[in-house]
Design a protein around this ligand. Structure first.
Ligand code: GTP
Ligand code: MG
Length: 219
């Protein structure tokens, strides 16, 4: 049975190596991978989140490749995203400087009203920090974005779980949607609960077909 009536399409963007895939892996599987397995093209994950008023929302997350080579593929995903997690690594100044380029990319190729949340990753690496929280907050404010710091490695940083980034983005998209329902918002799908969307045969054992996280669109 479909529990959710709303589907939000979101994407993870930012330089290669900042930890986008690690955020998705922590969120969908509660795991951490210490090695950098370059994302080729785009990977996909999805999860249902209950927002503050308990509305269940299915979040689809497209994890894009940070490498320049894949820019033309990843750009095509901006177009239909309701929300963006724009990530930089707090131990890597270049990834922070590139935030400006990423914002311009998202604004140029994405819908005008998509919500961007700025995410400072690897917050556990306190001794290697080169970007201060204040600096990041300032840039976020310049672009009208909120800012959050997370660690996919330790999962908890300060009082926050790394999943908070996804939850916060979902809540922001939902608030925006509730305030402006008349506007056809890109990246938001209303599911008809009376419609039969098909189901997976519970006796089926083929693990690849039942996989929750799929790789797609790689070249
Ligand atoms: N200490 C620490 N390392 C992290 C954290 N998140 C990611 N890493 C490491 O950073 C490296 C890159 O992480 P990925 O998640 O593969 O980076 P990505 O942004 O998906 O990179 P691309 O797919 O190339 O765009 C890996 O070695 C991760 O283990 C974190 O929160 N803390
Ligand atoms: Mg990746």
């Amino acid at each position: 049975m479909t529990t959710h009536k709303l589907v939000f399409k979101t994407i993870l963007v930012g330089d290669s190596g900042v930890g986008k895939s690690s955020m998705l892996l922590r969120f969908t599987d509660n795991k951490f991978n210490p090695s950098h397995d370059l994302t080729i093209g785009v990977e996909f994950g999805s999860i249902v989140i209950n927002v503050e008023d308990k509305t269940p929302i299915k979040l689809t997350i497209w994890d894009t490749a940070g490498q320049e080579t894949f820019k033309s593929i990843t750009r095509s995903y901006y177009r239909s995203a309701a929300g963006v997690l724009l990530c930089f690594d707090i131990t890597n100044r270049k990834s922070f400087a590139n935030i400006h380029t990423w914002v311009h990319e998202v604004r140029e190729y994405g819908p005008t009203n998509s919500i961007i949340l700025l995410v400072g990753t690897k917050a556990d690496l306190i001794n290697h920090r080169v970007v201060s929280t204040e600096e990041a907050l300032k840039v976020a404010e310049e672009y009208g974005m909120n800012y959050i710091e997370v660690s996919s490695k330790t999962n908890v940083y300060g009082s926050k779980f790394s999943n908070e980034a996804f939850i916060q983005l979902t809540q922001e998209i939902y608030n925006n949607f509730k305030n402006d329902m008349k506007n056809n918002q890109v990246g938001i799908t209303l599911v008809d609960p009376n419609r039969h969307y098909g189901s997976i045969d519970p006796t089926r054992t083929d693990p690849d077909k039942l996989k929750y996280k799929n790789i797609c669109c790689g070249i």
